[in-house]
Design a protein around this ligand. Structure first.
Ligand SMILES: [Zn+2]
Length: 418
């Protein structure tokens, strides 16, 4: 049946559009976007007065492979009911586990794409519950070019890029980091896909000297640095000057994209404020890094992470672009999703921007007073209405056990507020 979304304020960055318009969905596609559309016969009408209507939200960094790692969440419970119609799984599966991952995706309603992990084991051993197990780069033999290429070529509908994590404790005390990155750059060059890099407790510098590799210095146009605002050892902020490292801005100029990847430890209000103040560095894509350790807070869901960026001063139009058109383009799916262009898949999210007065935490339990909050109201995936609900008990989560869990992270914070 056709769906007519009436009287909403449409924000569609792909078409540089922000005005009150009606949106008609027919046969699973967006067919018309204009003012005052008369409903056709056999049509359900949704009144979006006072709401924002935008393309279905895309979360560029989640972990949605429950059988494949202890981090995995069910996207039909934690993403789709929060207005997120598409998620990109960031490396939960490697070549070894990919067929199992694909089988799981087919059972979900949420549209799922994958950044294939360069290590064949994916994130099998990642996560707090498995902290004593060896990391995915413990053996460099697990990063196998032929296996990655074969897997990516066999699954072009799902694999939209590759993922690597650079941290010394998962790479034989850092010993394998440089070689793993060298292989990852080579593999993604061959298949012409972007590489998403997690770079937190790494032994690699921001920019290598000569042949030496660095992050983001060695990344290329279209590659993605995730966890951009973390405050750990490999932070983009120089703790001695409290300013952004110029290499980071140079990379931005070269086309490297920056992703939030909030997670349980990777979003610091202080780092975000310093990166914006000293480098005007805003995210290209806003993502949750939703997993079992971040879903009940401090990330919660995509609209909460978007709320944090709004609080930091990012314009609403740019916030919406960072969860629609930009991620769609980065994964080369901009004709299909991420816009309300007639002919695109009928993924639509309706949100409200509501006034509030709440203290909202970062990953180190530092608080900011939030005065406005984005919340999902309704969504359609390929023209089919999605049920919106809150999977957690309270928001924000101020339970004692949660604060205790988060306080561990405080000891890791590299940059402290003044
Ligand atoms: Zn992640």
């Amino acid at each position: 049946m056709a769906v007519l979304i009436k009287n909403g304020f449409v924000i569609d960055p792909a078409n540089d559009m922000q005005m009150q318009l009606d949106v008609l969905l027919e046969n699973g596609l967006v067919t018309t976007v204009q003012s005052s559309i008369e409903p056709p016969l056999e049509c359900s009408v949704f009144d979006a007065s006072g709401c924002i209507v935008c393309p279905g939200l895309i979360d560029m960094h989640v972990h949605c492979f429950p059988g494949g790692s202890s981090l995995g969440i069910d996207p039909d419970k934690y993403c789709l009911p929060r207005g997120v119609t598409t998620v990109v799984d960031a490396g939960s599966a490697g070549a070894k586990s990919f067929s199992k991952f694909l089988a799981y995706c087919k059972t979900r309603k949420t549209r799922i794409f994958s950044l294939l992990h360069v290590s064949r084991v994916g994130l099998e051993t990642a996560g707090c519950a498995t902290a004593d197990l060896p990391g995915e780069l413990e053996s460099i033999d697990d990063v196998n070019e032929d296996e990655c290429l074969e897997c990516a070529k066999a699954n072009p509908d799902t694999i939209v890029g590759m993922k690597i994590r650079l941290s010394e404790n998962i790479a034989k005390q850092g010993h394998n980091e440089a070689e793993a990155l060298r292989r990852a750059l080579l593999i993604t060059e061959k298949i012409k896909l972007p590489l998403m890099v997690h770079y937190s407790f790494s032994t690699l510098p921001h920019k290598g000297v000569g042949e030496e590799l660095g992050v983001p210095g060695s990344l290329r146009n279209g590659d993605i640095l995730t966890h951009m605002y973390h405050g750990f050892q490999s932070t983009i902020i120089d703790p001695s000057t409290k300013s952004i490292d110029p290499v980071v801005l140079e990379s931005k100029e070269n086309g490297v994209k920056f992703d939030i990847g909030h997670g349980m430890g990777s979003f610091s209000w202080t780092v975000a404020e310093l990166a914006i103040k000293t480098g005007n560095l805003w995210p290209d894509t806003i993502s949750t890094d939703l997993h079992t350790e971040s879903m009940d807070g401090p990330a919660y869901d995509l609209t909460t992470v978007m709320t944090k960026l709004l609080h930091l001063g990012m314009p609403l139009f740019d916030v919406i672009k960072a969860v629609t058109f930009t991620p769609a383009k980065l994964i080369n799916r901009e004709k299909m999703i991420g816009s309300l262009t007639p002919g695109a898949i009928a993924d639509v999210t309706v949100m409200k921007l509501v006034d509030c007065d709440l203290m909202l935490e970062d990953c180190q339990m530092h608080m900011r007073n939030i005065k406005q909050r984005l919340i999902p109201v309704a969504a359609w995936r390929a023209g089919e209405r999605v049920k919106i609900f809150e999977p957690w008990g309270t928001w924000p989560n101020v339970s004692e056990s949660y604060q205790c869990h988060q306080s561990r992270e405080r000891t890791l914070l590299h940059i402290r507020p003044d």
